[in-house]
Design a protein around this ligand. Structure first.
Ligand code: MN
Length: 285
């Protein structure tokens, strides 16, 4: 199933090119708060999934292209992110890289992005006023956790996934010797974590390695890779993160960017597409 947030605060299920409003089927008490409502829906998915599937045939449908889509998860408890998780990306940033090329993705672990930096197609990206600084796109598969847990072993990890989405990890680059702010700050400006266009539930993507991951700026292809090239695969990422802190329903793991990272500026149009998920277009303001 494909799940979205549309018209600011409605929860929808997408089929073909239409969206069905399922907000009223989400368990209370968070119906007026789309971020919290989606977390509740994810947490209770096993109980409500059948009812939602049944209701889809009777509820009214809207054309998908008539609605504004926001980020399908906008209030996750955490946004974890993998650094340097595609071999060819390592080294391409030269002196502007924070990750040492001699250290493996496994040794790096993860960093955090502020959940408040999430944005969606309807809102787009707003660059901060930081003259002389470079802001880069990173094209990433987002993993959305369904069943939480601590110390989840790799062999069980994929059963903890609720679904997948596209994620752009926007970053203000360091300038060696002058501007070397903490990574969490440089990646947590408002709107620096676009997610969307929807969540595809994990039953439709049983194997998350092997999906093409592409990103364009103004129609020009900038990043093209396959999630099979990830160094730390999704199951190991879940093992790694849950070995540190308990994962919660709705948590997001940004799985890292391949090569081709580059700058975006005001007026650009950024498009990300991941196979079996879909395409999200974002305007940069
Ligand atoms: Mn990244």
């Amino acid at each position: 199933m494909k799940l979205c947030i549309f018209a600011k605060d409605r929860i929808g299920a997408i089929s073909d090119s239409s969206v069905t409003d399922i907000t009223d089927l989400v368990p209370q008490p968070y119906r007026d708060d789309p971020g919290m409502a989606m977390n509740v829906l994810i947490r209770n998915w096993a109980n409500v999934r059948q009812e939602i599937s049944r209701a889809l045939s009777s509820l009214p449908k809207l054309p998908l292209d008539s609605v504004q889509l926001s980020a399908p998860v906008c209030a996750p408890p955490h946004v974890f992110a993998a650094p340097a998780n595609y071999r060819k990306h390592i080294g391409e940033l030269g002196a502007q890289a924070v990750t040492k090329t001699t250290r493996t993705a496994r040794e790096q672990g993860f960093f955090l992005k502020a959940p408040g930096s999430i944005t969606g197609m309807a809102e787009g990206i707003t660059l901060p006023d930081r003259p002389g600084r470079r802001f880069d796109h990173e094209s990433e598969l987002a993993v959305i956790i369904g069943t939480g847990g601590k110390n989840i072993p790799r062999r069980e990890a994929l059963s903890h996934v609720f679904g997948y989405s596209c994620l752009v990890d926007l970053t203000m680059r360091i300038e060696p010797g002058t501007h070397e702010e903490e990574r969490s700050m440089r990646k947590s400006f408002s709107t620096f974590t676009p997610i969307g266009p929807w969540i595809v539930t994990a039953d439709e993507i049983p194997q998350p390695q092997g999906l093409s991951n592409r990103l364009w700026v103004n129609g020009q292809l900038k990043q093209q890779a396959n999630t099979a090239e990830m160094i730390v695969a999704v199951d190991e990422l879940i093992e790694l993160v849950s070995g540190v802190i308990e994962l919660s329903p709705g948590d997001v793991i940004a799985s890292g960017t391949p090569e081709g990272v580059g700058p975006v500026v005001k007026g650009d149009s950024v498009e990300i597409e991941i196979e079996k998920i879909g395409r999200m277009t974002l305007q940069v303001r």
